[in-house]
Ligand binder design. Structure first.
Ligand SMILES: [Zn+2]
Length: 257
């Protein structure tokens, strides 16, 4: 592929995402850079799964916001992806592709696992928000938790996670040597990302108390006032968890497979 084609494809992806309001301006710029890296280092086959992930997840986010309008107050981010979310979701898969280029090794399956983990996490959150009933805390499954809180899980959310993981893992079948079994491992380790994400979310992620309205939130500012840290660490934000859990899933995949 020529450099001009690569820049053309990257630009097209970004303009379409911006037009449909899937990405903020900073998110569009970050996506452009990511698309460049993926195309230059890996080629077009690295674009299909991440494009499918971004498009399907953005559509899911838009739908879930209709069902769950107060999600925005509790969660840190809205449905339009900014550069931090793009880096959180695409940065680690991008790094895998770059290291594959530098070390001259085949990293397609590893790339898919890291992306499947990000997709599983996003889908389980969104589908949990739309269809989830009676979420419980992952560390104490006998305790109910407010819908939309990090660390909360439901079987509906978990089903969404498996579907999300599959939506990325299925691209492994485009390779000659791949089988249903090897794809299933990618689905499984991608789904592990959701569990890790919920677990980290329930244990060390920062949780705050708003003095004005009394709500618990992941936001540092609520009701225009600074909130109080009541649990976890302030630097472990949702974006940090979103980087950590796919990284851990990928590491486990390398160790086990
Ligand atoms: Zn408040």
């Amino acid at each position: 592929m020529t450099h001009l084609t690569i820049i053309g494809i990257s630009l097209l992806i970004v303009i379409i995402s911006y037009y449909f309001r899937f990405l903020s301006l900073s998110g569009s710029l970050a996506t452009f850079i990511l698309a460049e890296i993926l195309l230059e280092a890996g080629g077009i086959k690295f674009i299909y799964p991440i494009l499918s992930f971004f498009l399907l997840s953005s559509i899911l986010s838009k739908i879930s916001k209709k069902y769950f309008s107060f999600g925005d107050e509790i969660l840190e981010k809205g449905s339009r992806r900014d550069h931090l979310q793009v880096i959180a979701n695409g940065g680690f898969p991008g790094m895998i592709v770059l290291s594959g280029l530098l070390l001259n090794i085949e990293v397609y399956n590893l790339y898919l696992v890291s992306l499947a983990a990000a997709a599983a996490d996003t889908w389980s959150t969104e589908i949990g928000l739309i269809y989830g009933r009676n979420p419980v805390r992952i560390t104490e499954p006998w305790k109910p938790i407010q819908k939309g809180m990090s660390g909360g899980v439901s079987w509906q959310g978990f089903s969404g996670g498996i579907l999300g993981s599959f939506s990325v893992a299925v691209f492994s079948l485009t390779q000659n040597q791949s089988t249903i079994l090897s794809m299933s491992f990618i689905v499984l380790f991608g789904f592990l990302g959701t569990i890790l994400d919920s677990y980290i979310g329930a244990t060390v992620q920062g949780l705050y108390d708003c003095h004005e309205c009394g709500k618990r939130t992941e936001r540092k500012i609520h009701c225009n006032k600074k909130t109080n840290l009541i649990k976890g660490y302030g630097f472990i934000t949702n974006d940090v968890v979103n980087i950590l859990s796919p990284a851990l899933s990928t590491l486990f995949y390398v160790l086990v497979i």
